[in-house]
Write a protein that binds this ligand. Structure first.
Ligand SMILES: *[C@@H]1O[C@H](CO)[C@@H](O)[C@H](O)[C@H]1NC(C)=O
Ligand SMILES: *[C@@H]1O[C@H](CO)[C@@H](O)[C@H](O)[C@H]1NC(C)=O
Length: 292
């Protein structure tokens, strides 16, 4: 239902969202030529760990798939008792395509659920993707996301980047469903504010881990082998990941109820990515990415 609406909305949204005047501040995709046969791009935004009650994670991840509790406790040893590391991804996808084709930029926001035992082998970690908000203006991105699972057309503030400054070392981002954005005084379904932190309780390796677990949803029974690189020019030197601390307010459909999470820690960063769509999930058994 929501997916159908997402597609419908994308036909009308361009008039409202003025994509023509959008200009992203993100650097060009530096790896297009390195992977001529793959879809590549840059994601730029805020990725953070949201410690949520394990019971809530269990109620969202389909019950036929176990959650690899010991594995996430090892990667995130400082999480409190009974808490599970949901991954907030609030990013802009920039300069995305399979050479020579490129699609327009789009923004997406979701809480994703890593360490899911998709293959029931007790070891291989996959990331479950429940409803995701994707720019209403980008039909291809909406379709691509809809294939894997529930996708909702969204609009974002700021409109052409994944965050904007709201004070010294502080950024904000708000996500609305496209439907609600047409109403006066629309309430965001995700409202976040992050400031630069001296340190955070998670390692960059923990982020490399969760951002490289293959994705799946309750759409087609295939997986998205999404490889997030940390060694490209958009993630190194002057673009090195910045540790951040902040607050996130979420509402349905991104979370079962309205909830405010304080002390959410993560990184403001950009990464190049390589995406292999429609992969047989079983072929990713034991998948663990190389260090980079
Ligand atoms: C990421 O986006 C921010 C906000 O638009 C921008 O300032 C920054 O330069 C971008 N980073 C890269 C590596 O493009
Ligand atoms: C970056 O890492 C990837 C994956 O580990 C590797 O294939 C690639 O060669 C690395 N690129 C550079 C510039 O080191």
């Amino acid at each position: 239902m929501r997916s159908t609406f997402a597609l419908f909305a994308s036909l009308f949204a361009p008039a409202l969202a003025s994509p023509l005047i959008c200009r992203s501040h993100t650097q060009p995709n530096p790896i297009t030529e390195d992977y001529p046969k793959d879809v590549t791009g840059v994601i730029n935004g805020t990725t953070a760990i949201v410690p949520i009650p394990y019971a809530v994670a269990r109620s969202i991840v389909p019950s036929k798939y176990p959650i690899l509790t010991a594995a996430y406790e090892q990667v995130f040893p400082t999480l409190g008792d009974g808490l599970y590391p949901a991954v907030l991804e609030a990013v802009q996808d920039h300069d995305v395509g399979l050479p020579p084709f490129k699609i327009p930029d789009f923004t997406r926001v979701a809480l994703k659920f890593p360490f899911v035992d998709r293959l029931n082998d007790g070891a291989s970690a996959f990331k479950y993707t429940p409803p995701q908000l994707v720019s209403a203006t980008n039909l291809i991105a909406l379709l691509g996301s809809t294939i894997y699972g529930d996708t909702v057309a969204g609009t974002f503030a700021p409109p052409c980047d994944a965050y904007a400054s709201s004070g010294p070392s502080e950024t904000y981002m708000r996500a609305y469903t496209f439907a609600e954005s047409l109403l006066p005084n629309a309430k965001p379904v995700a409202d976040m504010s992050f400031r630069t932190a001296a340190s955070i309780p998670y390692t960059i390796d923990a982020f490399i881990n969760v951002l490289n677990q293959p994705l799946f949803g309750d759409g087609i029974p295939l997986c998205d082998n999404y490889i997030t690189l940390f060694n490209a020019t958009v993630t190194t030197a002057k673009y090195a990941p910045v540790p951040v601390e902040g607050t996130l307010v979420v509402r349905p459909p991104l979370y079962p109820n309205e909830e405010t999470f304080g002390h959410v820690y993560g990184f403001r960063m950009a990464n190049a990515f390589v995406e292999r769509n429609g992969v047989i999930c079983e072929s990713l058994k034991g998948y663990s990415r190389r260090r980079c």
